[in-house]
Design a protein around this ligand. Sequence first.
Ligand code: ARG
Length: 299
Amino acid sequence: MGCTRPRTRAAQVAREEPSLPREARDFRTQRTARPRRYLMCPPAHFKVTYSINPWMDPEKPVDLPLALAQWEDLRDRYRSLGHTVELLDPRPELPDMVFAANGATVIDNRVLGARFAHPERAAEAEVHLDWFRAHGFTTVHEPSHINEGEGDFAVTDSYLLAGRGFRSSPLSHDEAQEFFGRPVIGLDLVDPRYYHLDTALCVLDDSADEIMYYPPAFSRGSRAVLARLFPDALIAEEPDAAALGLNAVSDGHHVLLPQGAIGLFDPLRARGYEPIGMDLGELLKGGGSVKCCTQEIRS
Ligand code: ARG
């Protein structure tokens, strides 16, 4: 036991300096941002006319100019942090297109297309595939099984975490493992408010397997798997999860998250991250926030 390698950076610091209190150890952790390439789609035609998750109430009006301004804020924030933001052309018949994370999963320039669970969003998959083909991506796979892109797939250093239960089919997990050659960890989602993996779990450092998540969104077995693989994970409390605080995007240093998730800010800072609260209140009416609007193109 004595010579096993610490699994995470936090565990390593803890081992080297066991006498330091936890916060002090964490405080010493140096975080580094890595420039990212994101794909986003402006909410020019965003509206809530159907309901495919419990957040969507077609009776509730959406303030479209406000939705656009909030989304532009997010886009501009990424750019000011040094990230590249690519844009998809919004289609009037696809009001959920703003949630670009669902359209594909890209790792090592390999593009796994999406296949949506609900007919209302089905046509988005082709728009994403066309974009990747037009932008020089040559390894593009049209999936046989339902998967909603990064809504249900999350990339850590060692694994591809994969949600199931509401949208993506368990069969898509094997398909993704075969295509990417990365070990897939299937996770069962059990609470309809957290219908996609990215509403309940966020990768904070994809070079060190660091995540934050909300355990009650997962089945008992999946909670045990997460606790085993990520013993140092930041555990979110109910109010922050309910503010969709796990629907966040990290570049390894900055963590952009819904501003209502105030309980996550200090724990993130204690781990050396810089939380940046974003107001995406209008898009929350569609059941999405920061991460849902952001697909990462990993080269
Ligand atoms: N209204 C969209 C849906 O229900 C929201 C998608 C949110 N995206 C996400 N990555 N969780 O499909």
